[in-house]
Design a protein around this ligand. Structure first.
Ligand SMILES: [Ca+2]
Ligand SMILES: [Ca+2]
Ligand SMILES: [Ca+2]
Length: 128
């Protein structure tokens, strides 16, 4: 729980400190190899899961997006819809593999910084 609070703080600090949100988020989750594996990608989505039931509800996503100071908070409900690919009004392990493949454009099983930036900008209007 403490680690989580620290992570949230780190996220918030990163986001509010400078532009290029997608870029900083990528480094936070991708780690030192600068590539995002499936488990790292899932970890990003699940950090919105406040009650830890393995599913990100629309409320969790919307309020998390705002609390962390991500850009274009008014559009968070739309971003949720975009990512709810298996349409059941929650983001969970059914959606993550599909979202991952949308980001992994060359299909090599990892998300590169370029893939993250391009798609983050397209889906969430993050600064490139
Ligand atoms: Ca939840
Ligand atoms: Ca879903
Ligand atoms: Ca890739």
């Amino acid at each position: 729980m403490k680690a989580f609070a620290l992570l949230a703080l780190a996220l918030f600090g990163y986001v509010s400190a400078q532009p290029g949100t997608g870029n900083n988020l990528f480094h936070l989750y991708a780690g030192s190899d600068n590539l995002m594996q499936r488990n790292e990608f899932d970890r990003f989505w699940l950090h919105f899961d406040d009650n830890k039931d393995g599913e990100v509800s629309k409320l969790e996503f919307d309020s998390g997006w705002r609390q962390e100071g991500f850009p274009h908070a008014a559009s968070a409900p739309l971003y949720f819809l975009e990512m709810d690919i298996v349409r059941d009004e929650v983001l969970n392990s059914l959606d993550f593999p599909h979202i991952f493949r949308l980001f992994d454009e060359d299909g090599n099983g990892v998300i590169s910084e370029r893939e993250a930036r391009t798609n983050g900008a397209a889906y969430f209007w993050f600064n490139e």
